[in-house]
Design a protein around this ligand. Structure first.
Ligand SMILES: [Cu+2]
Length: 277
């Protein structure tokens, strides 16, 4: 029993570290470990791994100290207790070191942050050709594409389109399509509560906030395919149902998709008239 607390604390730490070690092989990890489907996603992975290394080293280091103390002083009748009011030097060290680490992370990630969040750094061409407006609501993603024939000459025209839905817009639910190989921009909004637009394969995550229209860009440059689009913010009883998909496809397939969507949406059910001679 004398070593109970030593074994108790070390057991959980070992299970925690062991779980992390086997996580990638068990699939408890990012989708496609090490291969985000976009250049930006790779940068996010690098940041994540850096932070994981720092926290793992800290976790293991503090547990070695904890284990040492429990082992050495955890036995009964180890002598008289020793009371202290603390060590000024130690407190200075364990305040400055974490502050330094946090400051380093804050500065180190600033470029990636700016690239993802600061609107002026977004690809201008993509901003002037918005892919879609995506509206989150309990419990689905409503997607509105501008008609492919619509061209925007300025940001003001894009803003007007966002403010005023047009009769020739195209609509889908939970099914976002995007062309491959170049940055695209969607405009995210929410109709009711906070949601979070999450494309795990691309490492793109952005809250949808009622009252705001938030541009979000992503750049899928891997092979075409269908990927998860999920809500990453607990938004009500049906949160689990907010599961959509992103279909990334070549330009011509994407154009065909929009064309077919327009055809089915504007089909009035009347057979086309054959011109009489
Ligand atoms: Cu949601």
């Amino acid at each position: 029993m004398a070593r109970f607390w030593f074994f108790f604390f070390m057991l959980w730490a070992t299970i925690a570290v062991g779980s992390c070690v086997i996580a990638p092989a068990m699939g408890w990890w990012f989708p496609d470990p090490g291969k985000a489907l976009s250049p930006f996603g790779t940068q996010i992975d690098d940041l994540f791994h850096l932070i994981l290394v720092i926290t793992t080293a800290t976790f293991i280091g503090t547990h070695i100290v904890l284990g040492y103390v429990l082992w050495k002083f955890g036995k009964p009748h180890a002598g008289k207790g020793w009371f202290t009011h603390g060590s000024h030097n130690l407190e200075v060290v364990w305040t400055i070191v974490p502050a330094g680490v946090l400051l380093f992370i804050a500065l180190f990630q600033m470029d990636v942050w700016a690239r993802f969040r600061v609107k002026s750094t977004f690809d201008r061409e993509a901003m002037l050709a918005p892919l879609a407006e995506v509206t989150a609501r309990q419990f689905e993603w409503r997607i509105r594409y501008p008609n492919p024939t619509r061209k925007f000459a300025s940001q003001k025209e894009v803003d007007d389109w966002l403010a005023h839905p047009q009769p020739d817009d195209l609509y889908t639910v939970n099914d976002l399509h995007a062309p491959l190989g170049r940055p695209v921009v969607i405009h995210l909004r929410s109709e009711d509560v906070l949601h979070s637009f999450f494309l795990p394969h691309l490492r793109v995550k952005q809250d949808a906030v009622p009252g705001l229209i938030i541009p979000v860009w992503f750049h899928h440059d891997a092979a075409p395919g269908t990927f998860e689009l999920v809500c990453a913010e607990l938004c009500g009883w049906g949160h689990y149902k907010m599961r959509g998909q992103l279909t990334a496809q070549f330009d011509e397939d994407f154009e065909k998709y929009l064309h077919d969507l327009a055809q089915s949406q504007f089909d009035d059910g009347v057979a086309p008239q054959v011109a009489e001679k």
